[in-house]
Ligand binder design. Structure first.
Ligand SMILES: *Cc1c(COP(=O)(O)O)cnc(C)c1O
Length: 379
């Protein structure tokens, strides 16, 4: 699904000495590379504060801790996402409220979101799934009307832009009160282990969060709040400093591959190619509205699981993200949920298939993948 080796070979000459330097200087934790990455990412995203941390799951958890959410507070998020999003809500003893998504762009359904709001609702966690933002203009409007916090799960859309209806563009993850991302190796900006970051334009929240990531310490050995130990280590920061300047190009090559896939599948009735939403209608060079963390098709009237097997038999990797709706997972099921409210997610888990997507995809690989799929469909 990803080719991390090819990408590494291209930046080896920068990454290797940079990792070596961390080792030589033994600044393993909170070293200069971490501070440099923090300011590099602040500049790239156009956000006031970046707080690096140990992984994307921690980033979400710490963001929620920083906002002072309390047990019993309801937090609305989507039924169709990676479990980390709902896991941290439950872990903090907040009440997860799962809602359905749109069938065309897989992101939070605004009507479902509106219907899920109760007097106990305190926050919304839109997930920018597969590389493009949720409808943030609508999410922010609802949040303002009901006085709710917005925590963007931006683990899959780093570098993407959100385009407002007036044409204004901002980076994904910098719109809500706080954004969280992951640098897991397969993400669009991946390090060589685990890593994550939290972003915010709110000075007071940034200060609170900087303490939380470091055992609730604002002054050495003074613990003002209950915190966690969640740091980005310097070796990972060195890798990220080497890779960040390439992120836009990495995303461009993902877009180029997506365009080639789209072209090959054009006119095939049983395949629905990914939709670009948010005031953008196509994958253009300038907007970066979709950075294709995943290239995810929906198949209609053909057996998705048989297609998966056929691709595997042809040594073509593929993935099903996600095969089970969160509301049906043992850990997150709840008697309050009504199946009728999850019609889209219940269908998507049967229809979706993600194809190989990374920065090193070659034309002949795309040609082999697409022709194998089309042959399967045509029988
Ligand atoms: C990867 C991912 C996370 C968690 O990131 P980790 O760094 O693996 O902890 C959270 N949310 C979504 C949507 C993700 O894809």
């Amino acid at each position: 699904m990803v080719d991390l080796k090819g990408q590494y070979n291209d930046i080896k000459d920068v990454v290797n000495p940079s990792i070596q330097e961390v080792i030589e200087t033994t600044a393993f934790v909170n070293g200069p590379q971490v501070h440099k990455f923090q300011s590099n990412l602040e500049q790239y995203l156009g956000v006031k504060h970046v707080i690096p941390c140990a992984n994307g799951t921690d980033a979400l958890q710490i963001a929620m801790m920083g906002l002072g959410l309390k047990p019993g507070d309801e937090v609305i998020t989507v039924d169709f996402t990676f479990a980390a999003t709902v896991e941290v809500i439950a872990l903090l003893q907040l009440t997860p409220v799962l809602v359905d998504v749109n069938e065309d762009d897989f992101n939070i359904n605004i009507e479902a979101l509106k219907n899920a709001i109760t007097p106990k609702t305190r926050a919304i966690v839109p997930v920018h799934l597969f590389g493009q933002c949720a409808n943030m203009e609508a999410v922010m409007e609802i949040a303002e009307a009901h006085n709710l916090f917005v925590i963007e799960d931006n683990a899959q859309a780093i570098g993407a832009n959100y385009t407002y209806s007036n044409g204004k563009k901002v980076k994904a993850g910098t719109i809500g009160n706080v954004g969280a991302t992951s640098f897991f190796p397969s993400k669009n900006l991946g390090c060589y282990g685990d890593g994550g970051a939290i972003f915010t334009n709110d000075d007071a929240l940034a200060h609170t969060i900087r303490g939380i990531v470091n055992h609730g310490m604002y002054e050495r050995y003074h613990h003002d709040v209950v915190g966690v130990n969640s740091r980005l280590d310097s070796i990972q920061a060195a890798v990220l400093n080497a890779k960040l300047p390439h992120l836009d190009n990495y995303n461009k090559s993902r877009q180029a591959s997506a365009r080639k896939y789209n072209k090959a599948f054009k006119g095939i009735a049983s395949i629905v190619t990914p939709k670009v939403s948010n005031n953008c209608s196509e994958i253009c060079d300038t907007c970066d509205c979709h950075v294709f963390h995943q290239y995810t098709l929906r198949v209609k009237g053909i057996d998705r699981d048989a297609l998966v097997k056929h691709l595997q038999a042809n040594d073509i990797p593929c993935g099903v993200y996600y095969p089970i709706p969160l509301h049906k997972q043992k850990a997150y099921s709840d008697a309050r949920y009504n199946e009728a409210d999850f019609g889209v997610t219940n269908q998507l888990v049967k229809d979706v298939i993600s194809l190989p997507m990374h920065t090193e995809l070659e034309d002949d690989q795309i040609e082999f993948i697409t022709s194998t799929i089309i042959k399967f469909i045509n029988g």
